[in-house]
Design a protein around this ligand. Structure first.
Ligand SMILES: C[S@@+](CC[C@H](N)C(=O)[O-])C[C@H]1O[C@@H](n2cnc3c(N)ncnc32)[C@H](O)[C@@H]1O
Length: 272
C-alpha cells in the first residue's frame, strides 16, 4: 500500500527520536499500559502471544514481558526498534509499518496499540491489519487521545495562542474520508467496523505528573504536532512560547518542579 503524505510526515517526525521520546512523552503514554493489557487479556498474561504495535520505546512490551507474555513488538521507526530491543531483551522486536504486519494470519492471541492509531493515515486499515494477525477469539485493544482535548493537551494550545504562535499552513491532515470521531463512540465504531465483536470503550482519566523540563523538552525536540508548531516559529515568538509555558504551567507546578495536570485517554477493545 502506498503511504499517504500523513504517514510520510509521521515517519519523518519520529525519525531518530527514540531516546528523547523515552525521556519525555513515554512517561505520559505509559499510564494506560496496565489497563490496555488487561483489556487485551483479562486473564493472566502468562504465555499469551502478544503483539505490541507501534511499541515506541517499549513501555507496554516491557510490562507484558514482565507479566509473562510472549511478546513481539514492532514499530515503524528504526530507532524505536533498536531501543526497545535493548530495553526489553525478552521480546522479539522488529520493524513493521501499519497496516502491513509481516506475520501470518492468526499468529497472536492478542494485539495492542498504545497511542498509535492516532498516528496512522488509514485507521480502519490499521485495525484490519491487527485483526488479521490475531487468532479467532483473540483480543485487540487500543488507546488514543480524545477530542475535544483534555486539559494537559489543551494547555499547549493556550500557550501557543497566548504567545501569538501561528500554526503552519501545511500541517498534515488525515484524509477526512478515512478519519473517525475521537470520542468513545467513534473509537468503538472503528473497531466494530473492522469486524471485532463485543467492543467496549472506556475513558481513562488521571493526573499526569511530569517534570516541567521534561514536558518542555519533547516539543522542543520536535516531537508531535506541538513540536512541529514550535519548530515553525521565528525566534521572538519561540521565546514568547517559552515564557507562556512557564507562566501557564506555574499553577500546576509543585515545589519540586513536578507538574500535575489532568488528562484523559480513550481505550477500546474487542474480540476477533
Ligand atoms: C506516541 S508513540 C507511542 C509509543 C508506545 N506505544 C508507547 O505507548 O509509549 C507512537 C509510536 O507509533 C509509531 N508509529 C506511528 N505510525 C506507525 C505505523 N504506521 N506503524 C507502526 N508504528 C507506527 C511511532 O514510530 C511511535 O513509536
Amino acid at each position: 500500500m502506498r503511504p499517504s503524505s500523513f504517514d510520510e510526515f509521521e515517519r519523518s517526525m519520529w525519525s531518530g527520536q527514540a531516546e528523547i521520546f523515552n525521556e519525555t512523552m513515554a512517561h505520559l503514554c505509559g499510564h494506560t499500559a496496565p489497563a490496555l493489557l488487561s483489556a487485551a487479556g483479562d486473564r493472566d498474561l502468562a504465555g499469551l502471544r502478544l503483539l505490541d504495535v507501534g511499541t515506541g520505546s517499549g513501555t507496554v512490551a516491557g510490562l507484558a514481558d514482565a507479566r509473562g507474555a510472549r511478546v513481539t513488538a514492532v514499530d515503524a521507526e528504526p530507532s524505536m526498534v533498536e531501543l526497545t530491543a535493548k530495553r526489553v531483551p525478552g521480546a522479539e522486536v522488529r520493524q513493521a509499518i501499519l497496516p502491513e504486519l509481516p506475520f501470518a494470519d492468526a499468529t497472536f492471541d492478542a494485539a495492542v496499540a498504545n497511542f498509535v492509531i492516532n498516528h496512522v493515515g488509514d485507521p480502519a486499515a490499521a485495525i484490519a491489519g491487527m485483526r488479521r494477525v490475531v487468532r479467532p477469539g483473540g483480543r485487540i485493544a487500543v488507546t488514543i487521545w480524545p477530542h475535544p482535548k483534555p486539559e494537559a493537551q489543551r494547555l499547549w494550545d493556550e500557550i501557543f495562542d497566548a504567545a501569538g504562535a501561528v500554526r503552519p499552513a501545511d500541517l498534515p491532515r488525515l484524509d477526512p474520508a478515512l478519519d473517525f470521531r475521537r470520542d468513545q463512540a467513534g473509537l468503538t465504531a472503528l473497531l466494530a467496523g473492522a469486524g471485532l465483536t463485543g467492543v467496549t470503550g472506556t475513558t481513562i482519566s488521571w493526573t499526569m505528573r511530569i517534570d516541567a523540563a521534561a514536558w518542555w523538552s519533547g516539543p522542543a525536540a520536535g516531537i508531535g504536532l506541538t513540536g512541529l508548531i514550535l519548530a515553525a516559529q521565528d525566534e521572538p515568538t519561540a521565546i514568547r512560547v517559552r515564557q507562556e509555558f512557564e507562566r501557564r504551567t506555574a499553577p500546576y507546578r509543585g515545589p519540586d518542579g513536578i507538574l500535575a495536570v489532568p488528562t484523559a485517554a480513550l481505550l477500546a477493545a474487542g474480540t476477533v
